[in-house]
Design a protein around this ligand. Structure first.
Ligand SMILES: [Cu+2]
Length: 282
């Protein structure tokens, strides 16, 4: 039996446990409420691509799983502190180990969640990086410090080659009329796409690693020097959307923005026809 003195000594421990538990629950509730308020104001911009819906669904799935785990962990942590800060004077903690059922549970449940998310994420990644559907247009995206250039095939439908070694004032980004298929190509500082028409972007970089990011489309792909990274998607509504660089690429990274215009097929043809070609030919 605990004496009065012992009971008086354990009271501060119990109080401290309850205070910390209440603090953990209060901070967790504030975090949830803060996220709720922030999400209503600063969530993703309005969706403008077909594939983006799948990205949003996967994001929401992951977010909900994380939220459930967060609430369970914080609630349990607080409850343990509340309940076991003190179990009476003279009560010693009894260490134990090897609880196969518990260990199996905390191994198998996260493993199942992670494998499921990997499969869902992997299949979505394959979809965005797979071969383009029939009728898709192809545009080459060239990143350089600090801007974007968009390279369209001309009437011959062939995207001309680029030779970065030949980069000069007269042939920026190595786009030269004498390279195969290049003379009738168009290079623009704005990306024009056709609404509801699938597009395959071939993303390249002239210098360092950049990242082509269109928040409204949920498309983000690194532009890596020496390789071409394709992404496939379909714009679903007309409008003007910002393009940003999502990879710190130098002092001018913050100004590395571009514009994406989604227009109708007729408007696109008219725009392309109005652009000068590399070799000055049509
Ligand atoms: Cu950049």
């Amino acid at each position: 039996m605990a004496t009065d003195v012992e009971r008086a000594e354990q009271r501060p421990e119990t109080l401290r446990g309850a205070t910390v538990a209440a603090l953990i629950w209060a901070v967790s509730l504030a975090a949830i409420a803060g996220t709720w308020v922030a999400a209503r104001r600063w969530w993703f911009p309005e969706l403008a691509s077909q594939q983006g819906a799948l990205v949003d669904r996967l994001f929401t799935t992951i977010f909900v799983i994380i939220a459930i785990v967060f609430v369970l962990v914080q609630a349990t942590l607080g409850w343990v502190l509340w309940r076991y800060a003190s179990r009476g004077a003279g009560h010693r903690a009894a260490p134990w180990h090897e609880n196969p059922r518990l260990e199996l549970a905390w191994t198998v449940i996260p493993a199942v969640i992670l494998i499921t998310l990997t499969v869902l994420g992997g299949s979505l990644w394959l979809r965005v990086h797979s071969a383009a559907p029939a009728g898709a247009m192809t545009v080459e995206v060239i990143a350089e410090q600090f801007g974007w250039r968009f390279h369209y095939p001309g009437p011959d439908g062939v995207l001309g080659s680029i030779d970065f070694r030949g980069d000069s004032r007269n042939a920026p980004l190595g786009l030269r009329a004498d390279l195969a298929g290049a003379a009738d190509d168009v290079v623009s500082r704005e990306l024009y796409l056709v609404v509801d028409r699938p597009v395959r972007l071939l993303i390249r970089s002239k210098d360092v690693i950049h990242s082509f990011y269109v928040p409204h489309f949920r498309i983000k792909q690194d532009a890596v020097p020496g390789r071409t990274s394709p992404v496939v998607f379909t714009p679903t509504r007309t409008g003007t959307f910002p393009i940003v660089c999502a990879e710190l690429c130098g002092v001018g990274h913050y100004v590395m923005a571009g514009t994406l215009k989604v227009v109708t097929a007729d408007e696109f043809e008219a725009w392309l026809a109005s652009q000068p070609t590399i070799g000055g030919v049509r």
